[in-house]
Design a protein around this ligand. Structure first.
Ligand SMILES: [Zn+2]
Length: 164
């Protein structure tokens, strides 16, 4: 037993290879595969625990993502498409493309709302300065953040480690 566990009932996120379009088409019928082990305590019993509604860019209504409960450590795990970071409605691909465009050309992409792009880029500046002590992010910095399992556009000071 490690004392570094987060408190009971905290929600962990499990990233899964799911296409958002498939989620939209199948709704709660989507064939989620149950994780083999609890990511926190490594217990092998995980029970279905209903669904959570989440918004994704390109879809007006919320889509349903499955939750699992671990009866051993009582934590709830929410599944998440691996195409998206936690708390971001746009896909990683869309976000990264905008960041690279901004870094290389110093412009925002016309095809995306500027406000979103400014929010992503300010998150990148924040993480680059916090994690790497770098004021002007480069393509290499994005790569380093990703390799360090950091969500490069997160505005959170808490660990935004990817759980893959
Ligand atoms: Zn557990």
């Amino acid at each position: 037993m490690s004392l570094s566990y987060p408190p009971n009932n905290s929600i962990l996120i499990i990233y899964f290879a799911v296409r958002v379009k498939d989620l939209f088409e199948t709704g709660k019928e989507y064939p989620w595969s149950r994780p083999k082990r609890c990511p926190r305590c490594k217990g092998i019993r995980l029970w279905g625990h209903g669904f959570a509604g989440r918004y994704f860019q390109g879809f007006v209504q919320r889509l349903w993502v499955k939750k699992y409960l671990c009866p051993d450590c009582k934590s709830v795990h929410t599944m998440r498409p691996s195409t998206h970071w936690r708390r971001f409605q746009s896909s990683r691909f869309v976000i990264l493309r905008s960041l690279l465009y901004k870094i290389r050309r110093n412009k925002w992409r016309r095809s995306l709302p500027r406000q979103n792009q400014q929010y992503w880029f300010s998150g990148l500046i924040f993480q680059a300065s916090r994690q790497k002590n770098i004021k002007l992010p480069t393509v290499e910095v994005i790569g380093e953040l990703l390799r360090g399992s950091i969500i490069p556009v997160s505005h959170s000071i808490h660990c935004e480690c990817l759980r893959l």
